[in-house]
Design a binder for this molecule. Structure first.
Ligand code: GLU
Length: 323
């Protein structure tokens, strides 16, 4: 009995030596009281430096930025032929933008208004709407991706502006949106005027950011990579509001019944398909597809399918041509 006890003690001593668990236990490395931490900000979130210069108005002059090249029946050309040789159309978009381009949770397919407009272009160009490769882009990457030719087209709620036309080309207008504000229903925020002294979430590289800085310089601005990030920080009460196009905000509001789109239009945001500047044949071809969508009822069908939360379908935006 004594021998067994001695063996047991030796074993315990050996285990203690190996594990370092000697006689006096270490104090627990844990807080003794429960501590609540605030939720972390999404990756890439940054508070805007208020000392940074406010960008000049994107209304910098050019006659009518929405005027684009006439289709002229163009069906071939250097860019169109290269895409046909490759056998698929490469389109940049956001894969987390409700209503416009997001993954259907059951099929994994990228669907939405922008995704379907892109499929119509692929159908006309390659004979099959599925001969398309979607590449994920954030708002701030759109112009560079077109300049670098890493995509053929950008179909991502992209506003046509004079500033952007210095770097990229656009199709005719395929949707008219307006910048507005999204806030919690109980917040008392009714529009941009109420954002003085409040925190607002906006995505970098957007017309929405420039506009909010110019129109409401008394707001504190949090910038994030995507509009889905803005919904998260609003839900976590890390900001008081989100400001961008009503069409995008409607997609966020549809995901959270405690939020609502408020206030009048802060600015008109005409959307165009972004195209590299040196690809006139592709600009004309995309405009040809958009003409078809306006005329054959497809535009209205896609609007009713994806954007009915915005109200009854308006008439499709008329094309303006520059030659
Ligand atoms: N329409 C705005 C823009 O082109 C915002 C859209 C977006 O971030 O996707 O900058």
């Amino acid at each position: 009995m004594r021998a067994r006890h001695a063996a047991g003690a030796a074993l315990l001593a050996a285990v203690a030596a190996l594990t370092g668990c000697g006689s006096a236990p270490e104090p627990p490395d844990r807080p003794t009281a429960v501590v609540f931490t605030s939720p972390p900000l999404p990756a890439g979130a940054e508070l805007l430096d208020t000392a940074a210069p406010v960008p000049p108005g994107s209304e910098q002059s050019c006659d009518d930025p929405t005027a684009s090249l006439r289709p002229n029946g163009v069906t071939s050309g250097p860019t169109l032929d290269a895409i046909r040789r490759r056998g698929r159309l490469i389109v940049g978009l956001d894969t987390g933008s409700n209503l416009f381009s997001f993954r259907d949770p059951t099929t994994g397919r990228v669907v939405g208004f922008d995704a379907d407009i892109a499929r119509e272009i692929a159908a006309d160009l390659l004979g099959d709407p599925e001969l398309i490769e979607f590449r994920t882009l954030s708002s701030g990457d759109r112009e560079q991706a077109l300049q670098d030719h890493t995509v053929d087209l950008v179909a991502k709620t992209m506003t046509i502006t004079c500033e952007r036309k210095e770097k990229v080309a656009f199709s005719t207008v395929y949707l008219r949106a307006d910048q507005r504000v999204l806030a919690m229903k109980d917040s008392g925020i009714g529009g941009i005027a109420d954002l003085a002294g409040k925190r607002v979430c906006v995505v970098r590289g957007t017309t929405s950011l420039d506009r909010i800085r110019r129109e409401q310089p008394a707001a504190t601005v949090l910038t994030v990579p995507s509009w889905a990030d803005c919904l998260v920080v609003l839900q976590q009460r890390q900001v008081d509001a989100v400001s961008t196009d009503d069409a995008i905000l409607a997609g966020l509001a549809a995901q959270d019944p405690y939020t609502q789109v408020v206030g009048d239009s802060i600015s008109a945001e005409p959307y165009g398909i972004g195209i590299p500047r040196d690809a006139d044949d592709l600009v004309r071809f995309v405009n040809r597809t958009l003409e078809r969508l306006r005329a054959d009822g497809t535009w209205t069908r896609l609007y009713n399918r994806w954007l009915s939360v915005l109200g009854p379908a308006p008439t499709p935006p008329a094309a303006t041509y520059e030659d």
